[in-house]
Design a protein around this ligand. Structure first.
Ligand SMILES: *[C@@H]1O[C@H](CO)[C@@H](O)[C@H](O)[C@H]1NC(C)=O
Ligand SMILES: *[C@@H]1O[C@H](CO)[C@@H](O)[C@H](O)[C@H]1NC(C)=O
Ligand SMILES: *[C@@H]1O[C@H](CO)[C@@H](O)[C@H](O)[C@H]1NC(C)=O
Ligand SMILES: *[C@@H]1O[C@H](CO)[C@@H](O)[C@H](O)[C@H]1NC(C)=O
Ligand SMILES: *[C@@H]1O[C@H](CO)[C@@H](O)[C@H](O)[C@H]1NC(C)=O
Ligand SMILES: *[C@@H]1O[C@H](CO)[C@@H](O)[C@H](O)[C@H]1NC(C)=O
Ligand SMILES: *[C@@H]1O[C@H](CO)[C@@H](O)[C@H](O)[C@H]1NC(C)=O
Ligand SMILES: *[C@@H]1O[C@H](CO)[C@@H](O)[C@H](O)[C@H]1NC(C)=O
Length: 717
């Protein structure tokens, strides 16, 4: 699924603003912290100096072969549970590269579309069908196949709804609260909601909780900046603007409650696993996604009815379509929505490949999901799958020379990520003890490429090594020059690492205390519009607009591979714990700001501050121990340091989990309850403050401090 911030312009550094957002953003709340200790002076040489192993990896990368892999994946039906062929193909490529590789099957609950339709009846009594299909494009073969996947929402409720409708902006909790406060009658209505800002499942959840009987979620071209048909830019396939009929499919699981198979919370979905009730994490009201072309007349029919956008006075309320964006309802203007779904427990197939390390008690996992909502999916996630196939090939080249990694390397191609991180969550649940004992990190590439601007989200101990590796990769042909990937990262993000929220497969690792990193390159203002979760996210689009030549794929893949090499092979794990301490301080400052800007909130956070002090001291001490171990070349001591580095984040995991969502256990970061994608730091405390529950917030100051002290204790020398 993956959603990422619309990045800032590559050539001029601007701050994140709502003007440069697309519907797949996790923007307002994106928590970006400048790295305190941005760069060690190492590796400023240009062109970068590579070790022999690094050279083998970099030279193995070939944009033509990535193009071939992208072409393969771009023509397979891979919707969760129906993509066994692509799983077998992936396993075979990894085997050719010297990995042991097997399919790994789970039996999970999924739902598929059987019949969907939408019609509108105007007050004059005339009824017309609303187009919910994405037309086949003669220029793009995969949009034209009999097995094309129709538009629908995964895990949506099967059922019909027929009612007057209201417009609810982005459909956030705050949007609905505002409508309620203004007296808009929501009961029994269908909510027409704009994509963006929060995970779509939470939009449906909010509509349901407001008393609505159905939800229609549309894409608004306002999120495409200036690259629009209205601005005279030709639409795909003729040009870079969004095709007016493109529809964003996707899951409506209540992701911020828990991911994974909703029938097996907390345990793996083996064939005979007991199944539990799913009503707390899936919607009770039906929903459908539609295009902007389909939404425009529906919005226009509300003109003159209900409150104006100015009266509602919410940010990003008004979009760019030819309508007033009033709330409605318009008397006797109704929508009829039919959504017939087939839910079933069905096999899915992860592919797991591995090379055993010489040191069996340390493991690196590198993963990417393989399933898609359509035949194509060349951005999401085939770009990541193609990169992973090339990574396997590069490690195969190293192995041919007799090399064995110090640590175990596990490659994972996840299934059913799109429905709710299902394949990765079930695997983590099955292997949680082994991961707790041995995992050093999880590296993720989901949408490796949907545009030219690199970004990296990561837990703070990985920032420094990530910066070192970014400097070793050439980002080719940028304005006629070859620059480093680090420079491109700096231009697109200001060299700021994002905080991990959710929306991709790192989630289950992170919340079991495994440090994680997620990398990709996305679009920003002026770049071609990527058709997120649409049948038009295709190989043809990628080859013509997204990444002609597949050079950005190659750069992201080299980064991921070189980083994997460092983490799997460095004698001492290249972790920067003092940076983790510095980041904790920033999150604490943010928390203080949140408290002081929240009306009526007072909260003493001294216990937290004191715990961070202890952690910082211990982080410096373990760093000193590392220096000593290196200088003495003391392998036993190096092992001690490595194990402290490997284990410290397990301390951040809270038994019992966050309030009302026990899956999410990390006391430092979690997806926001009402964002689903975007991270919130010190979630137990921050959400207590945000939702006016200071008792919970106070409780979580202690719980968070205890988690940080547990981590500090693990690294005690
Ligand atoms: C009814 O109203 C709709 C929307 O204004 C309009 O498009 C349609 O032509 C009208 N039909 C008749 C029969 O007047
Ligand atoms: C939904 O409407 C269709 C068409 O009117 C009907 O055949 C079907 O039985 C309805 N489904 C439910 C669950 O009411
Ligand atoms: C769109 O174009 C206008 C006028 O050229 C410019 O001021 C604005 O910054 C552009 N917006 C974006 C998001 O690029
Ligand atoms: C709109 O809301 C902002 C704050 O959210 C407030 O400052 C402003 O006065 C409001 N405008 C109107 C017209 O109510
Ligand atoms: C709505 O339709 C009903 C009959 O279906 C009618 O009685 C009522 O007057 C109509 N209301 C408006 C505002 O047109
Ligand atoms: C890799 O290590 C595991 C666990 O130690 C062992 O069960 C497995 O047989 C090994 N595989 C190979 C191919 O060496
Ligand atoms: C950039 O690097 C590529 C090889 O990756 C090389 O072919 C090309 O000539 C370089 N371009 C410049 C401007 O140095
Ligand atoms: C450190 O020790 C290991 C084995 O004990 C040895 O292989 C290696 O060459 C030593 N390195 C240095 C820099 O002395």
């Amino acid at each position: 699924m993956h959603s990422h911030t619309r990045l800032v312009p590559l050539l001029s550094l601007a701050t994140f603003t709502s003007a440069c957002l697309r519907e797949f953003d996790k923007f307002d709340a994106r928590d970006v912290h400048e790295q305190s200790n941005p760069l060690l002076a190492r590796q400023t040489q240009w062109p970068p100096i590579l070790t022999e192993k690094e050279t083998t990896i970099v030279n193995s990368f070939d944009a033509n072969s990535i193009d071939d892999w992208a072409n393969y994946y771009g023509h397979q039906l891979k919707i969760a549970g129906k993509g066994r062929d692509a799983a077998v193909w992936t396993r075979d490529r990894w085997r050719e590269s010297g990995f042991n590789a097997e399919l790994n099957e789970y039996h999970v609950y999924l739902s598929y579309p059987l019949h969907q339709s939408l019609s509108v009846t105007y007050s004059n009594g005339s009824t017309s069908e609303v187009n919910i299909k994405e037309p086949a494009l003669p220029e793009d073969d995969v949009t034209n196949r009999p097995d094309s996947v129709p538009t629908f929402h995964g895990y949506s409720a099967s059922g019909n709804a027929s009612a007057e409708y209201i417009y609810a902006g982005r459909g956030t909790g705050a949007d609905f609260a505002r409508l309620k406060a203004l007296g808009v009658d929501l009961k029994g209505k269908i909510a027409l909601i704009r994509y963006g800002s929060i995970f779509r499942g939470l939009k449906v959840k909010n509509a349901q909780e407001a008393g609505c009987v159905g939800a229609i979620i549309f894409t608004d071209p306002a999120d495409d900046g200036n690259v629009t048909v209205a601005n005279g830019v030709p639409a795909y396939p003729d040009g870079p603007a969004r095709h007016p009929d493109s529809v964003q499919k996707g899951s409506v699981l209540f992701l911020s409650t828990y991911p994974g198979d909703p029938t097996t919370p907390g345990y793996p979905s083996t064939k005979d696993a007991p199944r539990s009730d799913i009503s707390s994490v899936t919607p009770k009201i039906p929903s459908l996604p539609i295009s902007y072309a389909a939404a425009e007349p529906l919005l226009r029919a509300l003109d003159g009815h209900g409150l104006t956008a100015e009266q509602v006075n919410r940010t990003a309320w008004k979009g760019a379509l030819g309508a007033e964006y009033r709330t409605g309802p318009a008397p006797n203007v109704t929508l009829s929505l039919e959504n017939l779904m087939e839910g079933k427990i069905t096999p899915i197939w992860n592919v797991i490949g591995y090379i055993n390390g010489t040191n069996p008690d340390e493991t690196l996992v590198v993963g990417n999901h393989r399933d898609t909502w359509m035949i194509g999916g060349t951005g999401d996630p085939n770009s990541g799958s193609a990169v992973l196939a090339e990574l396997a090939k590069a490690f195969g080249k190293l192995s041919e020379s007799g090399w064995k990694p110090r640590r175990n390397i596990v490659l994972a191609s996840w299934d059913a990520e799109e429905y709710g991180l299902v394949g990765s969550t079930e695997w983590v649940e099955e292997h949680v003890n082994w991961l707790t004992e041995t995992a050093v990190a999880y590296l993720n590439a989901d949408v490796a490429v949907s545009g030219p601007r690199p970004y990296v989200d990561a837990t703070p101990e990985l920032h420094t090594v990530a910066s070192e590796v970014l400097r070793k990769v050439v980002y080719p042909n940028f304005g006629g020059f070859n620059i480093s990937l680090y420079e491109a990262f700096q231009k697109s993000t200001g060299a700021k690492y994002g905080v991990l929220g959710s929306g991709s497969d790192f989630t289950s690792f992170l919340h079991r205390g495994v440090g994680s990193l997620d990398v990709g390159a996305g679009g920003g203002p002026g770049d071609p519009i990527w058709h997120y979760h649409s049948n038009y996210d295709t190989y043809n689009w990628m080859s013509k607009f997204g990444d002609p030549g597949f050079e950005v794929h190659s750069a992201v893949g080299q980064f991921l591979s070189l980083l994997a090499l460092r983490l799997a092979d460095d004698e001492v794990l290249p972790f920067d714990l003092p940076n983790y301490a510095a980041e904790l301080r920033k999150y604490h400052e943010d928390l203080r700001k949140l408290i002081s800007s929240t009306e009526g909130a007072t909260l003493n956070t001294d216990e937290l501050a004191a715990a961070i002090d202890v952690f910082e001291r211990r982080a410096n001490e373990v760093k000193a121990l590392e220096t000593l171990a290196r200088s003495r070349n003391d392998t036993e001591l190096i092992k001690v340091v490595n194990h402290k580095y490997r284990d410290f984040q397990r301390g951040f995991v809270s038994q019992g989990g966050l309030p009302d969502r026990e899956f999410y256990r990390h006391v430092v970061t979690a997806p926001g309850l009402d964002t689903g994608y975007a991270a919130i730091t010190f979630p137990g405390i921050s959400e207590g403050v945000q939702y006016g529950n200071l008792g919970i917030a106070k409780d979580w100051v202690s719980k968070t401090a205890k988690g940080i002290l547990r981590a500090a204790d693990i690294i005690k020398t």
